[in-house]
Design a binder for this molecule. Structure first.
Ligand code: GLU
Length: 394
């Protein structure tokens, strides 16, 4: 008899991880799948970071760390916020966690009550709505489309707010669209939020450094919002450290304290070696990782050009991150070979099974017209994948 909790039964599986697992499974069966589903740099972690980790092992950094992270790491995080984001945080406002995903989960668990509403400008990262659901809150999706470059307007924000709105989860550069809100766009949204002092802002800036030219901005830079903004970041994407699992927040001290308490009961401090390596990563000049950003830029140019050549693909021009989010609704209702494509999920499945290319349906990100393609893959794989897609659609 299955007696799992309502909580887990109602939780959707992470679409990004599920697609990656499916691609892995097919690969293990000997099928030559090209995986463009997972948002994960295909670079190795830079040598100077690996060396710091090896030193930490040899220097016996093997005990529990403080729950909210080593003091010297928290200091380095404060320095980073000052250097890159012009944000002033004290170490007491920092909590280091097992990946930015845990940082986000901590924040939701400590702020949300049943019945609270969480605003999700769409497209949004898959786990936002699932985490809000775990915290027994209700996700309110604010839609956007390729016509507005996948950004929402202040008017839409205003219209979505109700007396139950507690939190907005904001992500720029955005996963899955790659769109970046400009400083003026942030300020326009802030003018709305200023009228609702009971709403908190979670600003997920994990793709900050993977940026092709639009200056990065942070909600917490806006003085009137600083006291109710939680800035989330981590090392996974910029430093090719996805598996090391280190994320962190800068937040009002009372929220940081609550996250510390939550984490203390669920996971304790993050991995000690990964924390030591993170000190090396984020205290290094950003120029040290520019070679990866340059490479992502080159791949963006290639994939956009190639996808634009496929009939029925409407392709956005991402300004950051390493995803492209084409609108493929042209194919809905059409028959390709034996299959009728009803929606984006059918389309993604078609690409997996007929083109052997793994992508992720836009439905998982709150946009039913698109699919997400990660171009954090080699140029060769990108070229082969797109030509397979084109051939399958022919
Ligand atoms: N954030 C990455 C992605 O969207 C990693 C997978 C995940 O944790 O969902 O693909």
């Amino acid at each position: 008899m299955e007696i799992l909790s309502e909580r887990i039964n109602s939780l959707p599986v992470s679409a990004t991880l599920a697609m990656a697992a499916k691609a892995r499974e097919l690969k293990n069966q000997g099928i030559d799948i090209i995986g463009l589903s997972l948002g994960e740099p295909d670079f190795n972690t830079p040598e100077f970071i690996k060396k710091a980790a090896v030193h930490a092992v040899n220097d016996n950094w093997n005990s529990y760390s403080p729950v909210d992270g080593y003091a010297d790491l928290k200091k380095v995080v404060c320095d980073k916020f000052k250097r890159d984001n012009k944000l002033t945080y004290e170490p007491s406002q920092i909590v280091v966690s097992t990946g930015a995903k845990q940082s986000i989960a901590n924040v939701c668990m400590v702020l949300l009550n049943p019945g609270d509403e969480v605003l999700l400008p769409a497209p949004y990262w898959v786990s936002y709505s699932a985490i809000a659901t775990l915290a027994e809150a209700k996700s309110i999706i604010i839609p956007s489309s390729i016509e507005t470059n996948f950004k929402i307007t202040p008017e839409q924000l205003e219209a979505a707010i109700t007396p139950n709105t507690k939190l907005i989860m904001f992500n720029s550069p955005n996963n899955p669209s790659g769109s970046i809100y400009t400083e003026d766009e942030y300020k326009a949204l802030a003018r709305v939020l200023e009228n609702y002092p009971e709403i908190f802002i979670l600003s997920d800036e994990i793709y900050e450094h993977i940026n092709y030219g639009t200056p990065h901005f942070s909600f917490a830079r806006i003085a009137s919002l600083y006291d109710r903004t939680i800035t989330v970041n981590g090392v996974a994407k910029a430093f090719a450290m996805t598996g090391w699992r280190i994320g962190y927040i800068g937040a009002p001290e009372w929220i940081a304290k609550a996250c510390n308490k939550m984490q203390g009961q669920i996971t304790s401090g993050a991995n000690c070696i990964a924390q030591r390596a993170t000190i090396a990563a984020i205290s290094a000049p950003v120029s040290k990782i520019q070679y990866m950003v340059d490479e992502f830029f080159t791949r963006r140019e290639i994939i956009i050009k190639l996808l634009n050549e496929i009939p029925g693909f409407r392709v956005n021009k991402p300004q950051g991150a390493f995803y492209v989010f084409p609108d493929i609704s042209y194919y809905f209702g059409k028959k390709i070979g034996q299959r009728r494509i009803k929606n984006a999920s059918d389309f993604a499945l078609f690409l997996l099974e007929e083109a052997y290319v793994a992508t992720v349906t836009g439905e998982a990100f709150g946009n039913d017209n698109c699919i997400r393609i990660s171009y954090a893959a080699s140029e060769k794989n990108i070229r082969t994948a797109v030509s397979r897609i084109a051939n399958a659609l022919n």
